[in-house]
Design a protein around this ligand. Structure first.
Ligand SMILES: [Fe+2]
Ligand SMILES: [Fe+2]
Length: 641
């Protein structure tokens, strides 16, 4: 039943789509040229989607519905197809392309059902490994619990089959070896597991490596690289910020183990300098270590300093002092290094260091320094730092005051929303539309905004106009911030979303709120969490959030309406739907009030002046938003290509 030619066409379509979406525009284009270029691409994308949806309906839906009906030959073809979806060039590691990771996950799951029925364990191992691999690549450096679970399932099956030895296919054995390593790494990085488990995973991987029989069985496998990777995890543990967060909860022997492991990197002379009571000697050593090109010495310093504190070898004062030396050395290094993007690991550590300093000293200056510093960095630097969001949050938890709200959110946006062009433009648009609504209400019905920014009556609303508008602007910019976790992958699929993918996207209000759940952010956390709910609270998501109870309910309603106005009218970037006019969507808002939209907003939309301003945003401001985003993207490409 599986048509190989149709599968090839699907891959070609998906590749074409991915290429169009990721196409880089030449510098020096006009706004009009840019817009017409994008519109032309939208038409091609819609056509590719239609073709691919037909393929899914004809060939894949029956598999999802009843995988057990597959015959062996089709299952083999389907596995090959699934692997290509995730890695179209899966034979060449360097050319990995995430073509359609989510469809691959769904297919792997269907194939596992087939393999369970036919009792083909090796086949199941390959599929679980595939799923683990996809989640691992999607989630970046902080491995997701999904990845850990999939790899664990693969390992359970390896055990069930009688261990690595008993697997008959070489390919499956390689999957198993990779699983051992992945399990070590992902258990290690998983937020849900404790340090003893992390060490256990590493120990198991080391024990696996130490079996000569296993190694001689597969002499072609890159065992040395593999064991270096596993060992590297012990290193990394020393700098991981969870380590710092769990102060007081770490078993002493674990802290001690990381400490001794990292101590082994230094000669006795070097240790004498690092451990020296004389600050000048210690700081000079750290400063010099960062200047040694092609050396990991500076990284080792930090990896040594952090567990030194956590295992009780140095006290808090000395710890902070030494981290400060690292921080200073890092900043001076960045000033002189022309190619610092390649040094992004150092950025990661710089942020970890700042987070610790801010955390332990409760020092606002350090937090402010970090935010300002991050704000000055180009977006692509933050993009290269998968952990930056967590580090930022750690700092914000400890040092943030109202004056830092804007710097924090802007730094956060740079490492999230700004990296995905359609989400970036959409967020700018929602921000403009919300500001337009709020300005109208300040003029015409200020009583609706009492409570915003601490206002107690309408006079205060008028007096605090600019502050209220600033908060509104930020709320619009950050409303979809939680989408970023999976949007990069979802955006390059040339088809409509499956149910699983919708489930994923539906998590975005909660994921976004995770970064913005402080009361200093005013209405923003509630807007982020509630903007996908209907006005009456009956529809939308998440179920757990009751927008009726929010003291910022009206701001949520404004975001919901603005969100809908932009999404429905965007004829440039939304390749998956036919768009509507501003007039049509305003009509829909009025028609669907008060159930879906606020009656106050529907009533306001009876004002022709407000409608004209909204239309201006849709017609004139939208191209400017695209232009702004594209310009930033193109400049980034030009600079770092
Ligand atoms: Fe949303
Ligand atoms: Fe949105």
């Amino acid at each position: 039943m599986f048509d190989t030619q149709a599968a090839e066409d699907f891959i070609t379509n998906a590749q074409r789509y991915a290429k169009i979406i990721g196409e880089k525009l030449p510098a020096g284009y006009s706004v009009d040229g840019l817009i017409s270029h994008m519109k032309a691409n939208v038409a091609i994308c819609r056509q590719l989607m239609t073709e691919n949806n037909n393929f899914i309906a004809t060939y894949l839906k029956p598999v999802f519905a009843k995988p057990e009906n597959l015959d062996f030959e089709d299952a083999v073809k389907l596995l090959d197809f699934t692997r290509r979806l995730h890695h179209p060039f899966y034979s060449k590691e360097s050319e990995r392309v995430k073509l359609d990771s989510f469809l691959a996950i769904d297919l792997y799951k269907a194939l596992i059902k087939w393999a369970t029925k036919t009792k083909d364990t090796e086949y199941s191992i390959k599929c679980w490994f595939g799923i683990g691999d996809i989640y691992y690549l999607l989630s970046g450096s902080l491995y997701s619990p999904d990845s850990v679970n999939a790899v664990k399932k693969a390992m359970e099956l390896v055990e069930e089959a009688g261990g690595y030895f008993m697997l008959s296919e070489k390919n499956t054995r390689l999957c198993a070896a990779a699983c051992y390593n992945k399990l070590a790494i992902s258990t290690f990085n998983s937020i849900e597991s404790g340090y003893p488990e992390k060490f256990l995973a590493i120990d198991n991987a080391l024990a696996f490596y130490n079996r000569n029989d296993v190694r001689s069985f597969d002499p072609d496998f890159p065992w040395q690289t593999w064991i270096d990777d596993v060992n590297g995890n012990i290193n990394y543990m020393g700098i991981h910020y969870e380590f710092m967060k769990s102060i007081g909860q770490i078993a002493p022997d674990l802290g001690e183990r990381v400490y001794s492991f990292n101590r082994s990197y230094f000669t006795p002379q070097e240790l004498a300098q690092l451990d020296s009571e004389d600050d000048t000697i210690c700081s000079n050593f750290i400063q010099e270590s960062i200047n040694i090109n092609e050396s990991d010495m500076w990284i080792h310093c930090i990896q040594y300093i952090i567990p030194s504190f956590h295992s009780g070898h140095i006290d808090l004062n000395r710890y902070i002092k030494m981290l400060r030396f690292c921080f200073d050395a890092h900043v001076s290094f960045l000033k002189t290094s022309p190619d610092f993007l390649t040094e992004y690991i150092r950025f990661d550590m710089m942020m970890v260091i700042s987070a610790i300093l801010a955390h332990y000293t409760k020092n606002q200056d350090i937090g402010i320094h970090l935010f300002n510093y991050l704000n000055e960095l180009p977006r692509e630097i933050l993009d290269a730092l998968p952990s930056s969001k967590d580090e930022l949050r750690t700092v914000s938890e400890n040092t943030l005051d109202t004056s830092m709200k804007q710097a924090y959110i802007e730094a956060l946006l740079k490492s999230t929303t700004h990296n995905h062009l359609p989400t970036y433009v959409h967020s700018m648009m929602v921000s403009h539309l919300m500001t337009c609504f709020v300005s109208w209400f300040i003029e015409n019905k200020p009583e609706k905004l009492v409570g915003m920014c601490g206002t107690k009556d309408t006079n205060e609303v008028h007096a605090k106009r600019e502050t209220i508008l600033d908060e509104t602007r930020l709320a619009g910019l950050s409303h979809d911030i939680g989408k970023i976790a999976y949007i990069q992958a979802v955006s390059v699929i040339s088809r409509s979303l499956t149910d699983n993918e919708f489930t994923l996207i539906r998590r975005h209000p909660d994921e976004g709120e995770y970064y913005l759940n402080k009361k200093e952010f005013g209405c923003i956390p509630d807007v982020v969490r509630g903007h996908q709910k209907t006005h009456d609270g009956e529809g939308g998501y998440p179920n757990e959030f009751d927008n009726e109870k929010s003291s910022y309910k009206f701001m949520i309603d404004i975001c919901t309406a603005s969100d809908c106005i932009d999404a429905a009218t965007d004829d440039i970037g939304r390749s998956y739907q036919e768009c509507k006019t501003g007039e049509m969507v305003i009509g829909e808002i009025i028609a669907n009030s008060p159930s879906r939209y606020s009656p106050e907003i529907a009533h306001a939309l009876g004002d022709q002046k407000l409608c004209a301003s909204i239309n201006d945003i849709l017609v004139k401001v939208r191209p400017q938003c695209y232009y702004k985003a594209y310009k930033e993207f193109t400049e980034k490409e030009g600079r770092f290509r």
